[in-house]
Design a protein around this ligand. Structure first.
Ligand code: NDP
Length: 312
């Protein structure tokens, strides 16, 4: 005699997960949300969020996540501070397993496990995180307007972010580790045409400089060996993201890069009753507001699915 499966389990606690929880709770699905090992997700490592509509004076990232959590709980979401590390999603009743070995059964699962920025791995990068080091130009670029900044990376994200920064900052020093960029031709052309983006080819970051805030970066040309110090106030890392989807490998359809696939204009994955929202399926927009939007979609999709199955 087991207990009844839950109607909906949500895995992840960023804007996507909490928005899914608000909608699912208000639809009487009594959702249980597992926060994962970084409750609140990427916004917990951000300071001011100034681009989320409805906050004219901005809001601190951790405050916003606390507010979202409260709002989800107010309508009956149960929040569990645990990591899910294994899932069995193929049957009608989905099984998910916590790190501590508990098994949870549910009729539907909403995946909102997000993505994590890839970092260079330097000690100075960690020490100066939020003190001038950022992995999101769209989030933090505004704080460096009128000041010199550097960006590392040469993919579409780095190009897009360099162009974004070039509208705010007098010079954007773009550090590219090879003699060519990975980004699409059109993005490269835009970057190379932009007068205030200075590209440093074959250039690697040795150290970000500054005690309590970023004051510069020391770089090395890996062909000539030349070492250079560039004075900057902001250092942006744009070398890719890693979606947190490892546990779904072999179970759910995903891109080679690990981003989950879903049906067009919906959050349905290839497995019935399993929905995906937020950055785990989005390598393009990656904003809190877009994650929240797809969280809402996932809850609505789950509700319809449960209705069609006669579960609610
Ligand atoms: P990518 O993986 O495409 O690029 C990562 C870049 O970072 C590469 O240039 C890589 O260099 C560089 N890099 C990686 N590690 C280091 C390191 N340790 N030091 C220095 N440089 C490093 O990631 P993106 O986030 O740019 O893009 C991810 C996906 O999203 C891509 O498919 C991209 O096309 C897509 N995208 C699309 C956009 C659009 O269409 N508007 C916007 C943004 C992203 P190297 O080339 O030498 O390996």
């Amino acid at each position: 005699m087991g207990t009844e499966p839950l109607k909906t389990v949500i895995i992840g606690s960023g804007p996507a997960g909490y928005t899914a929880a608000i909608y699912a709770a208000r639809a009487n699905l009594s959702p249980v949300l597992y926060t994962g090992k970084e409750p609140g997700g990427q916004l917990m490592i951000t300071t001011d969020v100034e681009n989320f509509p409805g906050y004219p004076d901005g809001v601190m990232g951790p405050q916003m996540m606390e507010d979202l959590k409260k709002q989800a709980e107010r309508f009956g979401t149960t929040v569990k501070y645990e990591l899910i590390d294994r899932v069995d999603l193929l049957g009608d009743v989905k099984k998910i397993y916590t790190e501590s070995g508990e098994e949870i059964a549910a009729h539907s699962v909403i995946i909102s496990t997000g993505a994590s920025a890839r970092w260079l791995g330097l000690e100075s990068e960690q020490r100066l995180a939020n003190q001038g080091v950022s992995a999101c130009a769209v989030c933090d670029g505004f704080f460096y307007r009128g000041r010199e900044v550097a960006i590392v990376g040469a993919g579409d994200s780095a190009c897009e972010e360099a162009l974004y920064l070039s509208n705010l900052c007098p010079t954007v020093h773009m550090l590219v580790r090879r003699d060519e960029m990975r980004a699409s031709k059109i993005m490269q052309d835009r970057v190379l045409k932009q007068k205030n983006i200075k590209v440093y080819w074959n250039t690697e970051t040795e150290e970000i400089l500054g005690e309590t805030e970023v004051t510069g970066v020391r770089v090395r040309n890996n062909v000539t060996g030349e070492v250079l110090e560039i004075p900057i106030a902001g250092f942006f890392v744009a070398i890719g993201h890693i979606p947190n989807t490892k546990m779904f490998k072999g179970i759910l359809d995903m891109e080679e890069t690990g981003y989950l696939r879903h049906r067009p204009n919906s959050t349905h994955t290839n497995v019935e009753g399993v929905f995906v929202s937020g950055d785990a399926a989005d390598h393009v927009y990656r904003q809190a507001i877009t994650a929240a939007g797809t969280g809402c979609m996932a809850a609505l999709d789950a509700e319809r699915y449960l209705g069609e199955k006669g579960i609610i």
